[in-house]
Write a protein that binds this ligand. Structure first.
Ligand code: PEP
Length: 251
């Protein structure tokens, strides 16, 4: 039985003060909620203030991005060592905005995924197709390619540290959600692929989140699907009550 995992991606919103306040509100909303893993991913400059609020709680922190080197001449990047120091349990790797706006390719995403694991940070590896790819029937090929590339070289014993987030690009921030059936179909394909990459016992342990306009109104039917193990939430994670409602629906 996989434990549900809900993560909120705050993107480039909420500076240090607002982020700490929102983290505190979320903590009060989810007091007493058990049996679900929960994380928030503040913008890098807000990690320190949020960390202070989250200490010794069940709300964990994720970075929105991470570089694969430990230190050096990489202007603007964040090192896995620094993320460890600031208390990040997870890092979102290969979000479609990083791929599309910042040109991240599959090889870079693989290096970041491997670096996260070797530094004890659990990667949330994102994949997903464009609208054109869905309409031309190449969703499974695209997503399978991304997952294989991202996980290349990951050892079987590290498989359970990985979360895969399936996020159809046409559903991100658009208010358009994949239907539960559309999402389940891709999640099942990903799980089969994970069984090929690792083995079926390992594939059974890996959480696959759905992301793309998840909100309190649609989470229940999504999480009811066999291979949907939680959600990566953008917009709806910026309000404590809607994020908490999504979390509670996943318990
Ligand atoms: C995301 O950015 O990962 C996301 C799923 O955003 P939204 O929930 O706003 O569609």
């Amino acid at each position: 039985m996989r434990r549900p995992f809900v993560a909120g991606n705050w993107k480039m919103n909420k500076g240090p003060k607002e982020a700490a306040a929102l983290a505190g509100q979320i903590l009060s909303e989810i007091a007493g909620v058990n049996n679900v893993d929960i994380a928030i991913a503040p913008v890098a400059i807000s990690l320190a203030s949020v960390h202070l609020v989250l200490q010794n709680t069940n709300l964990k922190m994720a970075a929105q991005n991470m570089f694969y080197e430990e230190s050096g001449a990489y202007t603007g990047e964040l090192s896995p060592l620094m993320l460890n120091e600031i208390g990040c349990k997870y890092a979102i790797i290969g979000h479609s905005e990083r791929r599309q706006i910042f040109g991240e390719d599959d090889e870079l995403i693989n290096r970041k995924t491997r670096a996260a694991i070797s530094h004890g940070i659990q990667p949330i590896v994102c994949c997903g197709e464009t609208l054109e790819e869905r309409e031309s029937g190449s969703t499974n090929d695209k997503v399978a390619f991304q997952v294989k590339a991202a996980l290349s070289g990951i050892r079987m014993e590290d498989a359970s540290k990985i979360t895969v987030a399936y996020e159809p690009i046409w559903a991100i921030g658009t208010g358009r959600t994949a239907s539960p059936e559309q999402a389940q179909e891709v999640h099942a394909m990903i799980r089969n692929l994970l069984a090929e990459i690792f083995n079926s016992a390992a594939a059974d342990q890996i959480r696959i989140q759905y992301g793309g306009s998840v909100k309190p109104a649609n989470i229940e039917e999504l999480i009811a699907k066999t291979d949907i193990d939680g959600a990566l939430v953008g917009g709806a994670s910026l309000k404590a009550d809607s994020f908490a409602a999504i979390i509670k629906a996943c318990v």
